[in-house]
Design a protein around this ligand. Structure first.
Ligand SMILES: Nc1ncnc2c1ncn2[C@@H]1O[C@H](COP(=O)(O)OP(=O)(O)OP(=O)(O)O)[C@@H](O)[C@H]1O
Ligand SMILES: [Mg+2]
Length: 482
């Protein structure tokens, strides 16, 4: 790995230097060749294993934990920071630089009462979902590898310690700005320093002045809205949308109790620690706006309120337009750009998801039906899934009116197959692969990983992975303890 150390060198007051505690008997559990290529790595080898486990120093790396704060479940936590993640610097690749972070590398000055560790189960989940989201075309941090070990780590029970090697375009979170606004009260110079750094690194087209800052915040709002549109369109629930888990670049970030929906349920909650459903699937668009409002508030020392408000006011439209574009691609609809059509389409989409919910249908499977649907067919396979046929027939008539007859049906269906994944990371699939890996059998994990790289392909020998979960695996709710 070749590194540059811009954050480390330019922002010395924004982190603590810290060494990884190391892992006994480390072994490769997962390796993503696609992520590796981003930073010019070819093969996992022994020297790299020792380095990423934290057992030997990696040449050129600086070891540091960033300080940040954030709103967690609505309340402000004045000091969080990387309590179990150590960043090595920005690794240089053929198309830019990627922060390399060892998540689970041991305690840091921000660990408070935590052990600084991650367990195999959570490390593998983060690995799988990072790469799965990427292959679904959703902006996300990436995962290079998971390293397992014989380190005993206590959660609800005795588990083993592991490290996810995360690659991120940036680790700067909404919470970084909140920290330098509230927790370091009056540190306007630091807020500005952070903002200028962010612009220089990631928004080179923007100037470091009021006009540039203003344009930047509009982009943050836009990119956050687009990320959320992707989550809602694919049926992804993040589970812990605290502001310290919101990447400033609009990449999906920090994967804990996430879930892809199986049976569609608007108010589906995937996080065991969220009984109120603050972060329920259907709440995500509103929560992201709330989070952007917290970010805006933290930016008031450096940006005019009117500018911040003007940007926040674009959120809904950015979200709706991005969501409509994705859903139209899934359903096979064109667009004429009119408000009337937008409204009608939103209504029609909402009616469809209501049908899914009322008929207790699987979100992914139901949309995948469109890949084999002929709009000329009055009784498509999708109809056979429904209990409420009358409701479906009424909706389907509107759908057919909307879609018209495709000029080239085969091509139209290929397009639907390319926008409605067949395979998603269902929680029960992750569970099965993890259970095997915990017993020393990596094969199911490797197979699942390979499957998720081609979510839109038929992969006829993998049909079982497209099925609905067995009874034990329905609507699994994950605990936050990771
Ligand atoms: N086992 C742990 N030991 C020490 N600190 C922890 C541990 N687990 C979480 N934390 C800290 O608690 C806060 C909230 O945790 P959260 O689950 O959002 O983040 P995370 O999953 O640890 O990491 P990241 O956001 O970098 O993906 C963070 O400051 C995090 O570093
Ligand atoms: Mg976090």
């Amino acid at each position: 790995m070749r590194f540059k150390q811009d954050f480390f060198e330019q922002l010395p007051e924004f982190y603590s230097q810290v060494w990884p505690a190391g892992l006994p008997n480390p072994r490769w559990l997962c390796w993503s060749p696609e992520a590796a290529s981003l930073i010019g790595l070819q093969q996992p080898d022994d020297a790299l294993l020792k380095g990423l486990a934290g057992n030997e120093e990696i040449p050129g790396a600086s070891y540091y934990a960033q300080v940040y704060s954030g709103h967690q479940f609505g309340g402000y936590s004045p000091r969080l920071g990387d309590g179990r993640s150590i960043i090595l610097g920005e690794a240089l690749g053929p198309n830019g630089a990627w922060d390399v972070a060892l998540k689970g590398a041991g305690p840091t000055p921000y660990s408070r009462h935590g052990d600084g560790r991650a367990v195999l189960r959570s490390a593998v989940r983060e690995f799988l979902v990072s790469e799965a989201l990427f292959h679904l075309g959703i902006p996300t941090t990436r995962a290079l590898a998971v390293i397992g070990s014989e380190l005993p780590v206590w959660r609800e029970t005795l588990e083993s310690g592991a490290i996810t090697v995360r690659l991120a375009r940036s680790h700067i979170r909404f919470g970084h700005f909140e920290y330098f606004c509230y927790s370091e009260r009056g540190a306007k110079d630091k807020l500005l320093q952070l903002l200028n750094f962010t612009l220089a690194q990631h928004y080179p087209h923007l100037s470091q002045d009021m006009a540039g800052y203003r344009a930047w915040f509009f982009e943050v709002v836009r990119d956050t809205a687009r990320m959320i549109a992707h989550w809602q369109a694919v049926g992804f629930a993040h589970g812990v949308m605290n502001t310290d888990n919101m990447s400033i670049l609009g990449d999906s970030f920090d994967f804990g109790p996430f879930a892809f929906l199986d049976t569609f349920k608007e108010d589906f909650i995937c996080n065991h620690s969220d009984p109120e459903g603050r972060y329920a699937f259907g709440q995500q668009p509103g929560v992201a706006l709330w989070n952007l409002q917290r970010l805006a508030q933290a930016l008031t020392p450096v940006l005019a309120s009117d500018d911040l408000l003007a940007a926040l006011n674009t959120y809904q439209d950015e979200l709706v337009q991005a969501y409509l574009a994705l859903m139209r691609a899934k359903l096979g609809w064109g667009a004429d750009g009119s408000d009337e059509q937008d409204q009608r389409d939103l209504t029609l989409i909402g009616e469809f998801t209501q049908l899914l919910e009322a008929n207790r249908l699987d979100y992914t499977q139901s949309f995948r039906r469109f890949a084999a649907l002929d709009p000329n067919d009055p009784k498509p396979a999708l109809r056979d899934d429904m209990i409420n046929l009358q409701g479906f027939d009424a909706w389907y008539q509107s759908y057919r009116d909307r879609v018209g007859q495709p000029a080239d049906l085969a091509q139209w269906q290929r397009q639907r197959a390319g926008t409605n994944p067949k395979y998603i990371l269902r929680n029960y699939l992750a569970q099965e692969a993890i259970a095997a890996a915990e017993q020393g059998d990596n094969q199911p994990l490797q197979q699942l990983f390979e499957l998720l790289k081609k979510p839109f392909d038929e992969q006829p020998d993998k049909e079982d992975y497209a099925k609905r979960p067995p009874d034990w695996g329905q609507g699994l709710i994950m605990s936050c303890s990771s």
